[in-house]
Structures are given as structure tokens and as C-alpha cells.
Design a protein around this ligand. Structure first.
Ligand code: UD1
Ligand code: CA
Length: 458
């Protein structure tokens, strides 16, 4: 099998190689590989070229790649790929796919590859009301496929043909090799078109048969606009499957879950939720509205709303938000709570520990049942290095406490509101660090009198 993925994708107007563009959590070429994995991947060659290193990084280790140094067209790319297939006999079936068709299904790949004995090859076609941009399928009066002509090379009459070439082929290796060696670049784009193999073989009496694909399946992505249509389609498929498995979704049109994410049946997902990467959501969790979670886990029974989670672990029955930011290395143990305007980084909150309002906890360990008061902060950075704060179980951190790390607060200890804690606090103690309150009796009245006297002088 050969997958063509070397093109730049000029029409994308993007610095990313086209096939590397993500669609609902997987790069375009990864979707194609997924559908193609129904066939033997040991003989799969992906042709890379533009952004080769980037594209190679997206491929599983066992997939071979071939480098197309100059992108001289799909026919040239197919030749480079074909030459890199290990051990191929003339009668073997070679499947060629384009890396920019993320909707491709395994079923269609299987239909395509299943050549009958004696059959030379197949190509996938479909009909579009607006076929602009696609190669048109030419048939003779008996309905046999006799060629494919590119949009830009069409006569006016050919342009009105609505049957298009999907860019998916299965051809016997010997005949493919022969046809590839006869390609020319004598066309509008001066490229070697893979599509010309159809006419070359037909001219020698070897007609390829057409397998019909659905419009979605064969849509090639050439522009940002088409990419957004593909996103919507794949996303709605992902949501559909999740709902069928028992996930509750208030508004699937406004729910953005990547294909790599696991959501257990019984989870509740509200609108505006983005779940990405390796994120998992447990059964009975309530997520959203408006949660952005990347590579994070939200365990069963947890509630997370209006919040951002990056590489964070939210344990069972935890509550997060509204408006919390959980940065990498945040771990909330069972029943812990982070409330409004709380930011955490590299911090573990023990069971039932709470930071309900306006706190920053960085490089900290917070023990079970400990309460972090409003406005409390771990002062973890001295301008050069980060330091750790260790807070024990059942601690009460008073509002607006500054914990200047490295510092330890023992089990059951308390800190007074507004204290700047620079020394370790022993278990069970109260640490207060602030100036004593001074009271000046009658000051307010005397001040008023002074002001009144000044005004009468004017
Ligand atoms: C191609 C077909 C067209 C078909 C359409 C279906 C040709 C000449 N035309 O057009 O008939 O209707 O797909 O989507 O094949 N690539 C390389 N090396 C190259 C050029 C392209 O690897 O030198 C790769 C691209 O990365 C891409 C694929 O081949 O994944 C298709 O190339 P693209 O330029 O998108 O072809 P289309 O113009 O869409
Ligand atoms: Ca294309």
C-alpha cells in the first residue's frame, strides 16, 4: 500500500504540511492510516516530502516512508512509493490512497482492495453536485471507465461531468508499474498525474472498475474551509458514538471531543466543552459548561465547570470551578475542591482539601481536609529557582497568607490571615506574622474638624 503525503498543500495557506493538519484530534494522514490499517501495514509506504520530518513523527514506527524530494505530482509520488514497497510480485494488489482524505473508512478500503481473480484494478468514484477541483471520470458508451481528466485540463463539456475521482486505487503491481513508467507531465500543471494510469491501462484493454464511495468518505481536503467541514463531520461522528454508548450531551453541536479522548457511559457533558489529547472522563462526572481539558483525567462523580485543565488529574467526587486553572502536575485526590479564581501547578491536594477562592498553589503538597483561605499564595519562585511548600493534614491556612517556599506547615497547624510565613510551622501551632493593630481614639472626628476649618478659610 502507498499513501501519498508529500504535498505542501498550497491552498491551505498554512505553514503546516497539509496532511499534518489536525482534524478532531488526529492529523489527516493518521485518519487515513487508521482506515487503511484493515490491510497489512507491514507493506505500507507513506510518501513524505514537504515537512517530511514533521509528517514522519505522526506515523507509527512500523510504517515505512519514502522521500519524494521534489513534488512533481501524484504520479511521481506514487512511483517513489511503489519503488519502496518491499518484495512485490506482479500479481499482488497495490492500494494507493491520498493522505488528505480523513473521512476514509476501513469498509471502503476493504471494498477497494478486494480484487477478483483476473481483475486488473479499481478506483473509487462518487458524484458531486459541485465537482469543481476534482478529476472527472470519463466513461465510454458502454459505461466503462476510460480515463480521468483533471479539473484544470477539462474541456467545457468534461467540466460538466459530476462523477469524480476520489484518489483511491487498487491495481495489480505489474500493470501499475508499467502505467507509472508511461506517465508524462504534458498537462496544465506540468505534473505527473497518477490519474493518467486509468487512461493508459484502459487504452491497452485493461479497464479499471469503479467502486462507489459516499461523498463524505471521498472528500479531499485542500482548503481551510474544507478542513472545517471535515472537522464538523468527524466531530459529530465522535459525539454520535459517545451518545450511543450512554454519554449524556446537552448539545452535541457545541461539544468538541477529540477522537483520542475516552468518555465513559453515564458522564454528563454540557455545551462549550473541549476534551483533547489523552483526556479521560469517568462515569457520572459532570463536565461543563465551558471546560477546556488537555491530557487530563476527570474521575467519576467529579464536577468541573468553566475551567481550564492541562495535564491535570481530578479525582473522584472532586469539584472544580467555576473559573479555575489547573496547570500541569495538578493532582486532586478524592473529594478535593478548587473554587473560583484558583490556579494550581505541580500541586497535590489531599482528600477533601479545599481552596475555594482566589488562591495560587504552585509546587505544593496539601494534606487531607486542609483548608486554604481566600487570597492565599505559595510564593514558590525566588526569581531563580522554584521551591516546594509542604502543608500537612487538617491545616487551616488563613486568608491572604503568603507561604514563602521552601516552607512546611505541620498537621493541624493554623496561620493567621495576612501572614507572610517564612519559617516552618510546627504541628498544631498557630503562626501569625503581622504588626500589631494600633488604635488612635477620636482621630476621625479631629480630621473632619481640621478639614472643615481649612474650607472656611477659603
Ligand atoms: C487529486 C486527483 C484528482 C482527485 C482528487 C481527490 C491527481 C492528479 N488528481 O487532486 O483527480 O479528484 O485528488 O481528492 O492525482 N502529493 C504528493 N506528491 C506530489 C503531489 C501530491 O505526495 O507531488 C500528495 C498530497 O500530499 C496529497 C495527495 O497527493 O495528499 C493528493 O494531492 P493533491 O494536490 O491534493 O491533489 P488534488 O489536486 O486534490
Ligand atoms: Ca486533494
Amino acid at each position: 500500500m502507498v499513501i501519498l503525503a508529500a504535498g505542501q498543500g498550497k491552498r491551505m495557506m498554512s505553514h503546516l504540511p497539509k496532511v499534518a493538519h489536525p482534524v478532531a484530534g488526529r492529523a489527516m494522514v493518521q485518519w487515513v492510516l487508521r482506515a487503511a490499517s484493515i490491510l497489512d501495514s507491514a507493506t505500507t509506504v507513506v510518501v513524505v516530502g514537504h515537512g517530511a520530518d514533521h509528517v514522519r513523527d505522526l506515523l507509527p514506527g512500523d510504517v515505512l516512508t519514502a522521500l519524494q524530494i521534489e513534488q512533481l505530482g501524484t504520479g511521481h509520488a506514487a512511483t517513489v512509493g511503489f519503488d519502496a514497497i518491499p518484495m512485490v510480485a506482479d500479481d499482488d494488489t497495490v492500494v494507493i490512497l491520498y493522505g488528505d482524505t480523513p473521512h476514509l473508512t476501513a469498509r471502503l478500503v476493504a471494498d477497494l482492495a478486494d480484487l477478483r481473480s483476473g481483475e486488473v484494478g479499481r478506483l473509487v468514484t462518487t458524484r458531486f453536485d459541485d465537482p469543481a477541483g476534482y478529476g472527472r471520470v470519463l466513461r465510454d458508451s458502454d459505461g466503462r471507465v476510460v480515463g480521468v481528466v483533471e479539473d484544470r485540463d477539462c474541456t467545457d463539456e468534461q467540466r460538466s461531468i459530476t462523477e469524480v475521482n476520489a484518489g483511491l486505487y487498487a491495481v495489480r503491481a505489474g500493470r501499475l508499474k508499467h502505467a507509472l513508467s508511461n506517465l508524462s507531465d504534458n498537462n496544465h500543471q506540468s505534473e505527473y498525474y497518477l490519474t493518467d494510469i486509468v487512461g493508459i491501462l484502459s487504452g491497452e484493454g485493461d479497464t479499471l472498475s469503479a467502486v462507489e464511495g459516499s461523498q463524505e468518505e471521498v472528500s479531499g481536503i485542500n482548503s481551510q474551509d474544507q478542513l472545517s467541514v471535515a472537522q464538523r463531520h468527524l466531530r459529530s461522528g465522535i459525539n454520535q458514538k459517545l451518545m450511543e454508548s450512554g454519554v449524556w450531551m446537552l448539545d452535541p453541536d457545541r461539544t468538541y471531543i477529540e477522537d483520542t479522548v475516552v468518555v465513559e457511559p453515564g458522564a454528563h457533558i454540557f455545551p462549550g466543552v473541549h476534551l483533547m489529547g489523552t483526556t479521560t472522563v469517568g462515569s457520572g462526572a459532570r463536565v461543563g459548561p465551558d471546560v477546556y481539558a488537555v491530557d487530563s483525567s476527570i474521575a467519576s462523580g467529579a464536577t468541573v465547570w468553566y475551567s481550564v485543565l492541562r495535564q491535570a488529574v481530578v479525582g473522584e467526587d472532586c469539584e472544580v470551578g467555576p473559573f479555575a486553572s489547573l496547570r500541569p502536575g495538578t493532582v486532586l485526590e478524592k473529594g478535593a475542591k478548587l473554587g473560583t479564581f484558583v490556579e494550581t501547578k505541580n500541586t497535590t491536594m489531599g482528600e477533601k482539601a479545599k481552596a475555594n477562592h482566589l488562591a495560587y498553589l504552585g509546587d505544593a503538597t496539601v494534606g487531607a481536609r486542609t483548608n486554604i483561605g481566600a487570597g492565599a499564595i505559595t510564593v514558590n519562585y525566588d526569581g531563580h529557582d522554584k521551591h516546594h511548600t509542604e502543608i500537612g493534614d487538617d491545616v487551616f491556612i488563613g486568608s491572604d497568607t503568603m507561604l514563602v517556599a521552601p516552607v512546611t506547615v505541620g498537621n493541624g497547624a493554623m496561620t493567621g490571615a495576612g501572614s507572610v510565613i517564612t519559617k516552618n510551622v510546627s504541628a498544631g501551632s498557630l503562626a501569625v506574622e503581622r504588626s500589631e493593630q494600633v488604635e488612635i481614639p477620636g482621630y476621625s472626628e479631629r480630621r473632619k474638624a481640621r478639614r472643615a476649618a481649612l474650607n472656611t478659610e477659603d
